[in-house]
Design a protein around this ligand. Structure first.
Ligand code: TRP
Length: 455
């Protein structure tokens, strides 16, 4: 089985060298592994939380898409899309919002930091904080859960968000009595280098110390590298590679042998100016061919758009059926089905193609029940009510694993009951007349076998 690896890139800035080494390059390398099913997307709804500048949002989306494609992302292999092209994500966000404890969101680091800052400045605790910032973790949970991702590569600052996604998923699974969602895991790449920026601190947009990746051209990159801080040792004096940002930057691109040679040159007293030229040329050897592709792509936004539209189509093929199942589970069903006590007619759908399915719901007393429908929509079972949604979920699981062997029935005054371990757990074909039970039982057996074959 493939591992689904999903990550989002917030579209507020222009990619820099630190983004390339720390996120883009490792993510593209991972996407080439056979056991990985990669979903990479532009988190442009998240970008709205950070920026209300439409031009910046638009430009960043384009630059980030072009950057990843130019850096070698293969859209045939990777499902590459924009968050805002997937309407199932905001829909799922609301479903999740309704099971998320407000207290959980109060504890989110980003929100808490904003509150602490306000309080420290003597402001109202929530001054200037949007509901968007507050809801950020739920939107991110929907990004992940809509595709049942197993692993989510993120920076350390995002670990809490993944834990919240797990929490929210569990809460939903528990409330509606079935394992709708895979519980995602954060994937923290330990080996990936964090690059120093111009001032020697971690390269980050918030420190304004970045070296642009493609957007400033070779000239802009060279100028930036010339501004990297060094100590004041003169040419001829030995330099300490291990405390030099230049050496760290070099190593992020070079082979072991190249790094050794650069180390020796520094120890032997190469001047900083010359060392910067060596560094520029080494980085440029990797970056120049990608930059050429980037420039080509940026000149053809329609081509990028077509790639992203295709990505959205692939992504929705996954999210749409899941969200449809959730709608059913939470009670947002077709009015026709409710009125008739049967699911909406599915005459237009070829019968043999659809598998049988369980649908869980809460009855008027707040207790948990489920129905089993045949692939053609015929209702086969209506369960007894359960106080604990888990118990209802467990029984569905057992029925799935047993297959037709689970079809043990008993005739009672209340109707024909399906028994499990001697206990009546569901009524067969509610509404069927006397004498119609044998064919009903045959259809139930068939459906149970189909379910068992799926697992
Ligand atoms: N919050 C992430 C960041 O700032 C971006 C993001 C949005 C994301 N949705 C996601 C990452 C889903 C992983 C999975 O880095």
């Amino acid at each position: 089985m493939q591992t689904r690896v999903l990550t989002g890139i917030t579209t507020t800035g222009t990619p820099h060298l630190g983004n390339y080494v720390g996120a883009i390059r490792p993510a593209i390398a991972a996407s080439r592994r056979d056991e990985v099913d990669a979903f990479y997307f532009m988190a442009d709804y998240h970008a709205l939380i950070k920026s209300d500048d439409p031009a910046r949002i638009e430009r960043s989306r384009l630059e980030i898409a072009a950057t990843w494609l130019a850096a070698g992302l293969d859209p045939e292999r990777v499902t590459f899309y924009r968050q805002s092209d997937i309407p199932e994500i905001p829909e799922l966000t609301w479903f999740l919002t309704c099971v998320t404890a407000k207290g959980l969101l109060n504890r989110a680091h980003a929100y808490k930091a904003a509150v602490d800052k306000n309080v420290a400045e003597g402001e109202d605790a929530d001054a200037g904080i949007t509901a968007g910032l507050y809801m950020y973790p739920v939107l991110m949970a929907a990004d992940i859960l809509a595709f049942n991702a197993h692993q989510v590569p993120v920076g350390r600052d995002q670990i809490q968000h993944i834990e919240m996604a797990r929490d929210i998923a569990q809460r939903f699974n528990h409330t509606y009595g079935r394992d709708f969602f895979v519980l995602p895991e954060a994937l923290i790449e330990e080996q990936v280098a964090t690059l120093p920026g111009l001032d020697g601190r971690k390269m980050s947009k918030s420190y304004d110390n970045t070296i642009p990746l493609f957007a400033a051209g070779a000239k802009g990159m060279r100028e930036a590298i010339l501004r990297v801080v060094t100590d004041s040792r003169l040419p001829g004096e030995p330099k300490d590679p291990d405390s030099s940002a230049l050496f760290t930057l070099f190593r992020a691109f070079a082979s072991e042998a190249e790094s050794q040679a650069f180390r020796t040159a520094l120890v032997d007293g190469i001047g900083w100016g010359e060392a910067k030229q060596v560094l520029f040329e080494r980085i440029e050897a990797d970056v120049a061919p990608m930059r050429a592709r980037y420039d080509e792509l940026m000149a053809r936004p329609a081509q990028i758009e077509a790639v992203l539209q295709e990505g959205a189509r692939k992504a929705r093929a996954v999210a749409k059926p899941l969200v449809a199942e959730l709608r059913d589970a939470i009670g947002l069903r077709s009015g026709a089905a409710v009125a008739l006590g049967t699911p909406a007619p599915t005459a237009a759908v070829p019968k043999a193609d659809k598998p049988p399915r369980f649908a869980s719901f809460r009855d008027a007393d707040g207790r948990f029940r489920f129905r089993l429908f045949a692939g053609d929509g015929e209702e086969l079972l209506l369960s007894q009510p359960f106080d604990d949604p888990k118990a209802a979920g467990q029984i569905q699981k057992r029925l799935r694993s047993l297959g037709a062997a689970a079809a043990v029935v008993q005739s009672t005054p209340a109707g024909t009951m399906l028994e499990l371990d001697g206990v009546a757990i569901a009524r067969l074909q509610p509404g069927a007349e006397e004498g119609a039970m044998d064919p009903a039982l045959a259809r139930l057996r068939q459906a149970l076998d189909q379910l068992a074959a799926q697992d």
